[in-house]
Design a protein. Structure first.
Length: 318
């Protein structure tokens, strides 16, 4: 009788233990699945490093002083073949991957490559809208050019015998999209494009660094600035800033300082003029004035991380 009374209790205990073990196993399996899913997505989300290196090489090869186009075209072709292999293997996954693939395809020599570039840039923006949308607009214009059709955004400029060796905006159909959409894609408005074309054909003030005295250069810049859109030289804020760095890189720091200071006078609302002015002042050990210039730059543009970094470094050395 004792045995009969004991048996049901033991069964219940075993059943309880088995149920607890089964529940724990279910929990473990659930967490294991979540972990595997997380790891899989983490791996999936990683950018293709080789593709990034290829895109960087593509861009670097185009800023060399003397480009051998025969060699470069061959390198471009090899890169495009490799990108096609990535697609076949499913190794183009992230927004950055599609962006880099587009950068490489855009330098193809036919409409197949240019259409691939359009598709890649479009997919990149679809996955990450914070990426530079200009790439997509430029790819669309370039694809239209290769098809013998007018561009629609206005990103492409040409220079050849047909244009008398002057820069000219490639034929554009201005009715397809608005300036609002151009701005969305970080493209200049139609009016800005016309000014861009004028500046591209203007004389460079940087060439004057070795031809005239610094006082003569300063006076010329002032005179050209007063002419506005009728100026013969490019005296935009960026052009003047570039001249300052040409002088500074040539160890003509005091002359560079005059140029940077002039830039702050002509373009007082541009944060970068004060940033460069501050850099030159610090190089000449005018610390107090230099930091003041950096503070002004940061005031004009609170997102200027360079100014924030410089000011922070000097604050920490006190």
């Amino acid at each position: 009788m004792k045995f009969k009374g004991f048996w049901p209790v033991s069964v219940l205990i075993v059943k309880f233990v088995l149920n607890e073990a089964l529940n724990k196993m279910k929990d473990l399996m659930k967490w294991a699945f979540i972990f595997i899913f997380f790891v899989a997505n983490l791996v999936k989300a990683q950018d293709n490093k080789e593709l990034q290196q290829m895109a960087d090489a593509d861009q670097q090869s185009r800023i060399a002083p003397d480009i051998n186009w025969i060699i470069l075209n061959e390198q471009d072709s090899i890169r495009r073949v490799r990108v096609d292999e990535f697609f076949e293997k499913g190794e183009i996954r992230t927004a950055k991957d599609y962006l880099n693939a587009g950068i490489i395809f855009q330098h193809g020599n036919d409409t197949i490559a240019s259409q691939k570039a359009v598709n890649c840039f479009g997919k990149a923006i679809e996955l990450d809208s914070t990426l530079n949308r200009w790439w997509c607009a430029a790819a669309v214009d370039r694809d239209l050019m290769r098809r013998g059709e007018p561009q629609i955004y206005g990103t492409q400029f040409i220079k050849n015998k047909m244009t008398n060796e002057k820069w000219k905006r490639y034929t554009i159909d201005t009715t397809k999209i608005s300036d609002k959409e151009r701005k969305y894609y970080s493209v200049e408005t139609l009016a800005q494009q016309r000014e861009k074309e004028r500046l591209m054909n203007s004389k460079s003030i940087s060439s004057l660094a070795g031809e005239k005295s610094i006082d003569e250069v300063v006076e010329l810049i002032k005179s050209e600035f007063e002419k506005g859109s009728q100026s013969e030289y490019n005296v935009t804020e960026s052009a003047i800033n570039s001249l300052g760095y040409v002088l500074m890189n040539d160890n003509r720091d005091k002359e560079a300082l005059q140029i940077f200071k002039l830039n702050t006078v002509l373009y007082p609302d541009q944060f970068n003029t004060y940033d460069s002015y501050g850099e030159c002042l610090l190089k000449l050990n005018h610390t107090k004035q230099g930091l003041k210039a950096y503070r002004k730059s940061l005031e004009l543009n609170p997102d200027n991380e360079n100014a924030r970094k410089i000011l922070g470094e000097f604050e920490n050395t006190k």
